[in-house]
Design a protein around this ligand. Structure first.
Ligand SMILES: Nc1nc2c(c(=O)[nH]1)N[C@H]1C(S)=C(S)[C@@H](COP(=O)(O)O)O[C@H]1N2
Ligand SMILES: [Mo]
Length: 200
């Protein structure tokens, strides 16, 4: 049992749970507006400089979980593939290629936007988006696509799985009551924007 599951963090797989996923043979394809499109193997990713950031995953369904996320800054991947100036949005695809979502480049380049594989020192399992997920604490959780297999550098925006079903394209976090997963799901108030803390 992981810390995320011990805290009863909801497990969302709108397209259906993918089942067991193999870390060692995982690949991430990065393509689109860049000079050096590339397929990163798990070993390639593990050789890159990882960082740890403290942050919250905050769902539009009004819960938020805080912890230390470990992974590779997305901006580092963009540097490696030699992004073109025309790139404006980054599109993530989850395993199975049914779930996708896109975020503005400027958000993808922020310090805490990661391709993450661990939470509080534990590798993410399939429930929580292992082997590798987007972690975008600045926007509603539906932008943090789980178990990602492809990243596309785009010169235009395309609405993704949830955006086509009514969630906003911008996914700006809005103030209001929210369940604090780290505190047993207690209802607290969040401010708008990146959720750093609750308003007590
Ligand atoms: N592939 C995939 N990624 C996804 C989702 C999903 O249904 N499928 N749900 C999103 C939503 S709405 C949220 S809030 C978070 C939840 O992450 P968790 O299931 O790890 O708690 O994952 C996001 N990434
Ligand atoms: Mo969500």
């Amino acid at each position: 049992m992981s810390k995320l599951s011990n805290m009863n963090t909801p497990v969302f797989w709108a397209e259906g749970h993918p089942g067991k996923l193999d870390r060692e043979t995982w690949t991430l394809e990065v393509q689109g507006a860049c000079d050096k499109p590339q397929v990163f193997s798990w070993q390639d990713l593990m050789q890159m400089q990882a960082v740890e950031v403290e942050g919250r995953l905050t769902s539009v369904t009004r819960w938020s979980v805080f912890g230390t996320w470990r992974g590779i800054p997305i901006k580092e991947i963009l540097r490696q593939v030699q992004m073109h100036d025309s790139c404006r949005f980054i599109r993530f695809w989850s395993v199975g290629m049914v779930y996708d979502t896109s975020i503005p480049l400027l958000i993808a380049q922020m310090d805490k936007s990661l391709l993450a594989w661990a939470f509080d020192g534990e590798e993410l399992d399939e429930n929580y988006g292992g082997p590798l997920r987007a972690f975008i604490p600045y926007l509603w959780g539906y932008k943090s696509a789980k178990s990602i297999v492809r990243m596309e550098l785009m010169d235009h925006y395309v609405p993704g799985f949830w955006e086509l079903r009514g969630y906003t394209d911008s996914a700006e976090i809005e103030a209001g009551p929210c369940r604090d997963i780290n505190d047993g799901g207690k209802l607290k108030e969040i401010p708008s924007g990146e959720v750093l803390d609750f308003i007590e």
